[in-house]
Every structure is written in structure tokens, then in C-alpha cells.
Ligand binder design. Structure first.
Ligand SMILES: [Zn+2]
Ligand SMILES: [Zn+2]
Length: 341
């Protein structure tokens, strides 16, 4: 194996989240999505050892593919698995995951830990700092309905760089956001980051009673320049991820906005031509359609490597009213300059 690149990748996993950090030879994954996208990516990159695997919370769209990763000893070796100890909403997948993790612990010596705020995971000049949830909340249990509230929030920090690269809030809702903000203020912790992967796939349902204010609060907290949305394009009769208001508000706040998939709330009709800038490595259900697809950033500079912004821009301009461009953006997406800097 030659020299590894250092990149931060937000995978198009369809519905869900999965982020891969490659720092030289060290690999960390935060959430796995559900389905084959992460595994396909790891095969493609010839990654066999995962040094750190963090699962933000127990919903399948964040942890589903962890099972295959942990159980396939012939292909993958997970050295350290970190989970969320908040237990009030678990699934069949979670029960299986616990069993598979225990087996991996015995067979391969994999280490198993839970994470709460205040803890960090450091490797190769990168620190993953956990900002949420608190130990007290985890101990008390959140109640089945509010498992998203106690999703881990992870800040991706880089050595010798003042500005953190990214904030990954999983599915954290408006109450979780309030707790996060209070914690950071009380402890004088800087939660800012260049890239915000917007929580809960941009849904409006976890925003409380004022969606715009909720978006404003996340952007004010992080000072994000780039806001990413990870979700599957939904059939029109289902709840839509993300809400159009969340997309347009993020853009109106001056952020460059990119989506893994073409949101139904952004464009209901499929555009006349397939996106040229997305390499078709993953098979998807029929209604799904990538927009920016999988996004790869240089780990140190935060500059977007893939997709090529010009061809993505050309694709977006096929649409009547793309939510990632506000009215002032005429022919050229000025905000997207931030992606190259
Ligand atoms: Zn989710
Ligand atoms: Zn969730």
C-alpha cells in the first residue's frame, strides 16, 4: 500500500449519514449509513483497517452498515468501536450490533467504548471532540421519542489549525442544540467549524416551532461557510428530507449549500440529464438521484476535491429554482467560491 491521501469524505449513503476521515494511514468513520455505500467506498479505496468507528446514535440510517463491517473479519478489521450509551431507543439491528461487537472484542481484540461530551479521540493530527450528549442525560435516558436529541455531536479539529474542519451533529434536535450551546458557553469551548453537516438530514420536524430560527442558530453557533445535507431523495408522498425552508435559509445566510441527493423539496421533476459529475459507483433505488453525490474535501485545507464544482454548478443550473442558490445568485454561484478556499 502506497502513501494514503488525507481527505474528509461525506458519503452519499442514500437516507442516513456516513463520514470517512482518512489521515494518512489512519481511518476514522463516523456513522455508517444503512446499505452498501460505505462498504463499496472502502472496497474502492482498498481500506481494510478502520482505526476508529464512532456511532452517533442507534437509528438504522446511522448504524445499519456497521454490522457488515464488524462481522466480516476476512475483509475488515475495526480496532476501536465507540457507541452512544443512551439506550432508550434501540432496534433489532442494535441488539445484533451489540452481539457482533462483543464477538469482535473477543476474537480480534477490538476495543469497545462509549463516548459522551468532554471526551476526545485523537490520531494523526486530528482530534474528534465530543460536544454532546452529557453523561447525566445518558444515565437518565432520553425516552424513546427523543433518541435523536441525544445523538452525539462531533467536532473535527486539526492540529496547528485554529478553525475546525467540521461539525457533525448526527440527528441532534433543537433541545439538544440548546444543551450544546449552554455547554460550550459555560466551558468556553469554541464550537465553530468550516463545514456543518446539517443535523437530522435537514428535517424541519426537529426544529421546534421556528424552522428559520433553528437554522440561524446552528449557523451562528458554528460560523459555518459550507452546509451539507445527507439524505435520500424521497418519493413525493413521504416526509421530505430536507425541508425546503432549511435549504433556502442556509443559503440565504450566506453558506455554500451542497446535498448528497437531489431533494424532492428542491426539484420534484428529475432534470433532463443525469448528473455528469457523479461517478456512478452505487446502485440506488429508482426514485433516488444524486445531486452533489459523495463529497470529498482535502482534510487540511477543507477545499472541495469532488465533485468538480463547475460541473456540479452546470447540473444545478438545469433546475428552475434550486434551493442551494438564492435569488441574488444569478448566473454564478458566488457562495460556492468558499468551497475552493
Ligand atoms: Zn438519521
Ligand atoms: Zn436518528
Amino acid at each position: 500500500m502506497g502513501v494514503r491521501r488525507s481527505v474528509f469524505t461525506v458519503l452519499d449513503v442514500g437516507q442516513g449519514n456516513s463520514t470517512v476521515i482518512e489521515a494518512g494511514r489512519t481511518v476514522a468513520i463516523i456513522d455508517t449509513g444503512n446499505g452498501g455505500s460505505l462498504l463499496a467506498y472502502l472496497h474502492q479505496r482498498d481500506i481494510r483497517q478502520i482505526d476508529h468507528l464512532i456511532l452517533s446514535h442507534h437509528d438504522n440510517d446511522h448504524t445499519g452498515a456497521a454490522l457488515a463491517l464488524l462481522a466480516d473479519y476476512s475483509r475488515f478489521r475495526v480496532r476501536h468501536l465507540y457507541y452512544n450509551a443512551e439506550q432508550s431507543r434501540t432496534s433489532d439491528t442494535y441488539a445484533t450490533l451489540v452481539r457482533v461487537a462483543e464477538e469482535a472484542e473477543l476474537r480480534t481484540g477490538m476495543r469497545l467504548d462509549s463516548l459522551v461530551r468532554g471526551k476526545r479521540v485523537s490520531f494523526a493530527g486530528v482530534t474528534l471532540r465530543i460536544l454532546h450528549p452529557s453523561q447525566g442525560r445518558v444515565a437518565r435516558g432520553g425516552g424513546k421519542r427523543f433518541a435523536n436529541r441525544h445523538s452525539m455531536v462531533v467536532r473535527v479539529e486539526l492540529e496547528n489549525t485554529e478553525r475546525a474542519l467540521a461539525l457533525l451533529p448526527g440527528d441532534c434536535d433543537w433541545v439538544g442544540l440548546r444543551q450544546l450551546r449552554q455547554y460550550c458557553a459555560r466551558r468556553h469551548i469554541d464550537p465553530s467549524a468550516r463545514i456543518l453537516v446539517f443535523p437530522h438530514h435537514g428535517s424541519g420536524s426537529c426544529a421546534g416551532d421556528n424552522v428559520s430560527r433553528y437554522v440561524d442558530e446552528w449557523i451562528a453557533l458554528t460560523h459555518a461557510e459550507v452546509v451539507l445535507f445527507s439524505f435520500a431523495r424521497s418519493p413525493s408522498d413521504r416526509e421530505m428530507f430536507p425541508a425546503r425552508e432549511v435549504l433556502t435559509r442556509s443559503s440565504a445566510q450566506g453558506c455554500a449549500v451542497l446535498c448528497t441527493q437531489l431533494a424532492n423539496s428542491c426539484q420534484a421533476e428529475a432534470p433532463s440529464r443525469q448528473p455528469q459529475h457523479v461517478r456512478g459507483n452505487h446502485q440506488r433505488p429508482q426514485h433516488q438521484l444524486p445531486c452533489a453525490g459523495t463529497m470529498v474535501f482535502d482534510l487540511r485545507s477543507g477545499v472541495l476535491i469532488q465533485p468538480a464544482i463547475e460541473s456540479h454548478s452546470a447540473y444545478v443550473h438545469l433546475m428552475a429554482k434550486p434551493a442551494c442558490l438564492t435569488n441574488e445568485d444569478t448566473g454564478r454561484p458566488a457562495r460556492w467560491k468558499a468551497l475552493n478556499q
